[in-house]
Design a protein around this ligand. Structure first.
Ligand SMILES: Cc1cc2nc3c(=O)[nH]c(=O)nc-3n(C[C@H](O)[C@H](O)[C@H](O)COP(=O)(O)OP(=O)(O)OC[C@H]3O[C@@H](n4cnc5c(N)ncnc54)[C@H](O)[C@@H]3O)c2cc1C
Ligand SMILES: *[C@@H]1O[C@H](CO)[C@@H](O)[C@H](O)[C@H]1NC(C)=O
Ligand SMILES: *[C@@H]1O[C@H](CO)[C@@H](O)[C@H](O)[C@H]1NC(C)=O
Ligand SMILES: *[C@@H]1O[C@H](CO)[C@@H](O)[C@H](O)[C@H]1NC(C)=O
Ligand SMILES: *[C@@H]1O[C@H](CO)[C@@H](O)[C@H](O)[C@H]1NC(C)=O
Ligand SMILES: *[C@@H]1O[C@H](CO)[C@@H](O)[C@H](O)[C@H]1NC(C)=O
Ligand SMILES: *[C@@H]1O[C@H](CO)[C@@H](O)[C@H](O)[C@H]1NC(C)=O
Ligand SMILES: *[C@@H]1O[C@H](CO)[C@@H](O)[C@H](O)[C@H]1NC(C)=O
Ligand SMILES: *[C@@H]1O[C@H](CO)[C@@H](O)[C@H](O)[C@H]1NC(C)=O
Ligand SMILES: *[C@@H]1O[C@H](CO)[C@@H](O)[C@H](O)[C@H]1NC(C)=O
Ligand SMILES: *[C@@H]1O[C@H](CO)[C@@H](O)[C@H](O)[C@H]1NC(C)=O
Ligand SMILES: *[C@@H]1O[C@H](CO)[C@@H](O)[C@H](O)[C@H]1NC(C)=O
Length: 606
């Protein structure tokens, strides 16, 4: 399906004079900092960069993964390669899920970034905030209005800047400038390479405007409807948290040290504070049996290892459910039973249709039939960062609710964060697109992705071993609830209605492969369910495994994101969201990390 592209690696000359990037713990000249940030991922780089704006604050960032500028790093930079950035590359943790009982016991791949920038270096770049309800619910559960939409909006703007599409198109009318930032680190832009289906997608929003209305900017606070997809992309390249926040300051700030290829194996107790155990020290190692080193934070440890890594590190430190920890031989230090619980993720399934053989779809670049087109496209990207490779896979996406008279709502209740939140998402690609199906080697296709955006199923991350170098057991528990399954059925039916608009006549020919069975005239919902159980995958949005909760005795962190019942540790990453937002989470994680950075500065008068 995809070919790996090897181009000359460009090695940055880090560490020559200022020495801010280190690859071995023994290289560091000091062992005590003001803050130690665990994980140079999406959120970790925001916190590290904001805290070191003050030259007197010394920060060490410890990252398990590799540099994003070495071998194969074009896979990170070139947006159109995003579908292959994680698969069998040096940039991924290579996790898999436990067998998914609602998916015929399939074990699913579960990608997470293992590189500077974390998952923002390996994701699909979609830049969506979610609905105001999502953030107002976050504020409600924590009792802290700084997460409410009207307040966090300032921080969304602070994190981003609008970038011009690579094709030089005038993008007026394709986003709403007033709801966006123009000076923040992350570049976002709408497509820089129009596709042959864009006009038809937009025409469908006219023809079926009741069901599929056009929305000039789904990030505006009005999530619902179909808009131009915004991506974390500028100047033709991926704008990761490393490219946007960390790298620009790495060699210029003497108060910022970054140690890569080094794993935090546990938090270490440093006494007690306010009557609870204090953990202001971290233990690190480069291999399972290699030497251990420790680093200490005068102020606090910021845990930004993501929705899998953060609960894993807490549990390895004896912080979690004592009975579960005992099963793998970890001595409990603090009982905090919700660590690793409440995992939420968005299930995704693709539906594809066959289109005419002469349709100018993006398949020539992805199915392996036309190596010359691939070479020419890559050459153009290298020449001036334009063309198809400067773009992601799709150009439009939409967010939708079940109709008010839906029997699903009557049976289960609304389950989303509120009336402005989406139950499901659809997005369109001119070409074959799937996270689970083998790619065909020929043909031309139209793909629709279907996503459950307000799922109620909750899974877990549990230790499988006391060895920090052994993966934990990851269970997104897809379709544990019938609500989620029913919403996915409705999403697929909506995709079919979309594809049935008159504007697609003569273009969409027939469903691809076993989608034909699910959509046959005599088929029932049971046939759609068979398709869902066979082909659902993860969109790779694990969240909420160290959830924030303002109530006594609930959650893992409080409103200020400090870990409950211990002292010295704050969590800043996707794991603290009490509920998964009803959209792709990275923009929301940047926003929360910006809010948290200001909270930390305020707490230490920085
Ligand atoms: C393939 C893929 C596609 C996606 N597509 C999109 C998309 O299009 N749009 C979107 O919004 N979201 C997308 N996501 C999700 C999004 O990228 C993540 O939700 C987000 O980046 C998570 O941010 P984080 O800070 O919580 O964690 P991460 O960015 O994953 O950062 C965690 C960091 O901690 C490091 N770490 C973990 N354990 C340790 C340890 N023990 N010691 C030291 N370091 C450690 C990791 O290596 C990593 O660098 C996608 C994710 C993937 C993987
Ligand atoms: C994942 O596998 C790739 C090779 O397929 C490897 O380069 C990488 O180091 C692995 N990741 C981890 C965390 O071991
Ligand atoms: C949370 O929502 C409930 C119900 O809408 C409301 O009564 C309560 O005051 C809210 N709490 C906060 C802290 O906003
Ligand atoms: C883009 O188009 C808008 C409206 O048509 C116009 O006002 C604006 O000046 C144009 N911008 C540029 C840079 O041409
Ligand atoms: C757990 O505690 C017991 C008793 O205090 C001790 O003997 C053992 O070494 C500890 N195990 C680990 C893994 O620390
Ligand atoms: C970029 O390079 C391609 C081919 O290398 C060329 O056709 C195109 O005109 C260039 N575009 C710009 C904006 O320079
Ligand atoms: C944009 O990319 C080009 C290469 O095409 C590079 O020369 C230029 O410096 C980049 N600009 C910015 C602002 O990064
Ligand atoms: C889109 O990309 C293709 C392939 O790189 C290129 O031929 C085409 O000109 C691009 N279209 C636009 C509008 O830039
Ligand atoms: C819901 O209402 C629409 C029209 O408003 C109607 O077409 C549809 O059949 C109704 N669905 C149910 C389940 O009642
Ligand atoms: C969990 O650990 C057991 C025992 O060490 C091992 O057999 C199993 O493969 C592990 N499970 C996963 C999903 O890694
Ligand atoms: C639907 O009809 C086809 C023949 O047209 C048949 O093969 C299939 O078994 C039928 N499916 C059901 C669910 O009746
Ligand atoms: C914190 O500890 C107290 C007292 O041991 C306990 O009642 C409470 O449930 C704990 N908090 C959480 C979030 O587990």
């Amino acid at each position: 399906m995809f070919r790996l592209v090897h181009t000359p690696a460009i090695f940055a000359l880090f560490g020559t004079t200022l020495g801010a990037l280190f690859t071995d713990p023994s290289q560091l000249k000091q062992t005590t900092y003001d803050f130690v940030v665990i994980g140079a991922g999406t959120a970790g780089n925001v916190v590290a960069t904001r805290l070191t704006e003050n030259p007197s604050v010394k920060v060490l960032v410890i990252e398990a993964g590799v540099s994003d500028t070495g071998f194969d790093s074009d896979l990170i930079r070139i947006p159109f390669l995003c579908g292959q950035t994680a698969i069998n590359t040096p940039f991924d943790w290579n996790y898999t899920t436990v067998p998914q009982k609602a998916l015929n016991n399939q074990v699913l791949p579960y990608y997470r970034g293992f590189v500077l920038g974390g998952s923002s270096s390996t994701n699909y770049l979609a830049w969506t905030r979610g609905s105001p309800d999502d953030y107002n619910r976050f504020a409600n559960v924590t009792g802290d209005s700084s997460y409410a939409w009207d307040n966090i909006l300032t921080y969304f703007k602070k994190s981003e800047h609008h970038a011009t599409p690579e094709d030089g198109r005038n993008d007026t009318g394709e986003y709403i400038p007033s709801v966006h930032g123009f000076k923040g680190p992350v570049a976002f832009s709408v497509t820089g390479n129009l596709s042959n289906i864009d006009d038809r997608v937009l025409a469908t929003t006219q023809e079926l405007s009741d069901q599929f209305p056009f929305n000039q900017d789904t990030n505006s606070g009005n999530l619902l409807g179909i808009g131009w997809q915004q991506n974390s992309l500028g100047n033709g390249s991926r704008s990761s948290s490393s490219a946007a926040y960390l790298t620009p300051v790495l060699n210029t700030r003497a108060n910022l040290d970054v140690l890569i290829q080094t794993r935090v194996t546990r938090l270490v107790t440093t006494g007690t504070s306010n009557g609870v155990p204090e953990f202001k020290s971290v233990e690190v190692a480069q291999t399972s049996t290699g030497p251990r080193f420790t680093f200490k934070a005068n102020n606090e440890i910021i845990l930004s290892a993501g929705a899998i890594g953060s609960p894993q590190i807490l549990m390895l430190s004896g912080i979690g459910d004592p009975a579960e920890l005992a099963k793998v031989g970890v001595n409990s230090t603090v009982s905090l039973p919700e660590v690793g619980k409440n995992l939420q993720d968005h299930p995704i399934v693709s539906t594809q249709w066959v289109v005419p053989d002469d349709a100018p779809t993006r398949d020539i670049y992805t199915l392996g039939e036309d190596p010359a087109a691939v070479s020419a496209g890559l050459a153009q990207w290298h020449a001036n960062h334009t063309g198809i490779y400067a773009n992601v896979l799709g150009n439009h996406m939409g967010f939708f609710r079940l109709p008010q008279n839906s029997s699903i709502l009557a049976q289960f209740g609304d389950q989303s964060a509120g009336p402005g939140s989406a139950h499901y998402e659809l997005a369109w690609v001119s070409g074959f697109m799937s996270v689970s199906q083998p790619f065909p080697t020929s043909g031309r296709y139209f793909s629709n992705i279907n996503v459950v955006n307000s799922p109620t199923s909750r899974g877990s991350v549990v230790l499988n071993s006391s060895d920090p170098f052994t993966a934990p057991l990851i269970d997104p528990n897809f379709f544990d609830t019938d609500f989620d399954l029913q919403v996915m059925i409705e999403a697929i039916k909506a995709a079919v209605r979309f594809a049935s608009a008159k504007v697609w006549d003569g273009y969409i020919l027939h469903p691809y492969a076993d989608l034909a069975t699910a959509l046959a005239p005599n088929a029932t919902d049971a046939d759609i369910v068979t398709y869902i159980r066979r082909w659902t995958g993860s969109i790779k949005h694990p969240m909420s495994t160290a959830a924030a909760n303002g109530a006594e005795g609930k959650g893992v962190v409080g409103a200020d994101l400090t870990v409950k019942n211990i002292s010295g540790v704050r969590i800043v990453d996707g794991s603290v969201f009490p509920f998964i937002p009803s959209a792709h989470p990275q923009a929301g994680i940047y926003g929360v990390a910006e809010v948290a950075s200001d909270k930390i500065k305020a707490a230490y008068h920085l």
